[in-house]
Design a protein around this ligand. Sequence first.
Ligand SMILES: [Zn+2]
Length: 123
Amino acid sequence: MTPTYDLNKIKFATDEATFRRAVGLYESGKVTEVEGLGGYYSAVVLGTKPYRVSVSGRNYKHGHCTCYLGQKDTLCKHMIALALYAVMDGRPLSDKDRQLFHHVECSRWLIFWLNCFYVWRRS
Ligand SMILES: [Zn+2]
């Protein structure tokens, strides 16, 4: 089973703190007993307590977690950690994968070059 989302989609919709915590959980092997069944991934994520987590393979925002936030229908770090596992298939993340805001850097460069062009045109 392959999820229909990828790492960038997860990064795009996750705030930095939650993403970093989820990466931490994933990289320290806290996402265990992963199963893909009926379009859903399920796992036990070891946080303060072991939490039962499931996320959809179509939309990682659709899922459940037995932690405090998950019960309130908030996308928690455990769900993100499982989504990371689904996307990476258990493989290690590279430095680039861990970076969150490279698209912001890109747009800064673009604005910089557009300004250069504008100044050049006017001179
Ligand atoms: Zn949770």
